[in-house]
Write a protein that binds this ligand. Structure first.
Ligand SMILES: Nc1ncnc2c1ncn2[C@@H]1O[C@H](COP(=O)(O)OP(=O)(O)O)[C@@H](O)[C@H]1O
Ligand SMILES: [Mg+2]
Length: 339
């Protein structure tokens, strides 16, 4: 079941040298704020996904150093080595080097950060990013289409900032935005339907009552033709503002609790249970769709949850490899590493 066996870091954030064996199903890393706990999870994420969830490479190597190195040993004895020399990052697996982590070497990850707890009431862009990251893990094609969309959008916005511009200048970018945009919405709705299929049941398992919940997509336009017309109809407004006001980059997700908007109606505890449910569903869907068991990274969230929810978290993920960071040792657990 364990995917990650050992971690070794050099000049990685605040760590000159760091090593940790994690051959047990649950690994607990304890340390004060600022001692480098999140950085360890960042390195694991980098080895499993090929990029950080926090920053870019030049922020990662230790101040004053001229390289960083992370070596992660995984279950079959294979080592993933990541090196960055200030210019270039390189992944080495079985003596094969590449600039990106090859798809076949990627593992799904369920990352739970303190910020996630506030997802229900946070900004639309935060929610968009959240689900984008999840959907990218579920479908490689989503990732590809999203980056094509963002490139086209960027070009369209650049044109809109020019002094002189006509409708015709935007034509080809409108077509691309509509084409990729409609596809993105389709993926989002499809994935959301998979989440919603499970949401109420899993929520009820946590809350032990009959409440229901789901997530609703507040979206642009599924039909490509209508999408295109919307872009065209917004020409004057977009030109004055200097950016694209319509499209999937502005869409949002709304949490629904007992048929009402959760933000403002659900209690703090209900919100937390919904997020917990979402995390369990993420793990299930990733396993189902990707065919590999995700590694679960719980970054400093125990202090945010009461004992009942802490217990749910550990029980629910008991068949997964879990790596937990915390400032203190939760009840009935022993620390594997103290920073
Ligand atoms: N490139 C870097 N070089 C040295 N220290 C860094 C670098 N990037 C971040 N830090 C520092 O590393 C420390 C550890 O950060 P973090 O892993 O978030 O700790 P924790 O999660 O334990 O609170 C922080 O104090 C931060 O200022
Ligand atoms: Mg931290």
């Amino acid at each position: 079941m364990n995917i990650i066996k050992r971690i070794e870091l050099k000049n990685f954030r605040c760590h000159d040298e760091f090593s940790l064996n994690c051959d047990k199903p649950t690994t607990l890393i304890i340390g004060e704020n600022g001692s480098g706990k999140t950085s360890v999870l960042e390195a694991i994420y980098l080895a499993l996904r090929g990029k950080s969830f926090k920053g870019v490479d030049r922020e990662i190597y230790k101040n004053g150093a001229d390289f960083y190195r992370a070596e992660i040993e995984i279950n079959d004895g294979q080592k993933i080595i990541i090196r960055f020399n200030g210019q270039k990052k390189e992944f080495e697996i079985d003596e094969k080097k590449s600039l990106r982590l090859p798809k076949k070497n990627r593992y799904p990850v369920v990352l739970f950060e303190p910020d996630d707890i506030y997802l229900v009431g946070s900004s639309p862009s935060r929610r968009r990013d959240y689900f984008d990251e999840l959907f990218k893990q579920i479908n490689d094609n989503y990732s590809v289409t999203l980056s094509k969309y963002n490139k086209a959008l960027h070009q369209r916005n650049d044109l809109l900032k020019r002094e002189i511009i006509s409708r015709d200048d935007l034509f080809s970018w409108n077509i691309m935005c509509a084409n990729y945009g409609a596809e993105i919405i389709k993926w989002r709705m499809q994935n959301l339907a998979k989440i919603n299929e499970k949401m109420t049941n899993i929520y009820r398992n946590i809350a032990k009552n009959n409440d229901s919940c789901s997530i609703k997509y507040l979206g642009a336009e599924v039909d490509e033709g209508k999408y295109l017309r919307n872009l065209e109809n917004n020409f004057e407004r977009d030109r004055i503002l200097g950016y694209t006001t319509f499209g999937v980059h502005r869409d949002d997700y709304e949490f629904i609790f007992n048929d009402k908007k959760a933000d403002g109606s659900a209690s703090r505890g209900e919100n937390r249970s919904m997020i917990l449910a979402l995390k369990f569903i993420e793990a299930q869907i990733l396993e189902q769709e990707v065919g590999k068991k995700p590694v679960v990274l719980l970054d400093d969230i125990f202090s945010e949850l009461d004992e009942m929810r802490q217990k749910h978290l550990v029980d629910n993920f008991k068949n997964y490899q879990i790596i937990i960071t915390s400032t203190s040792v939760p009840k009935e657990m022993m620390a594997d590493k103290e920073l």
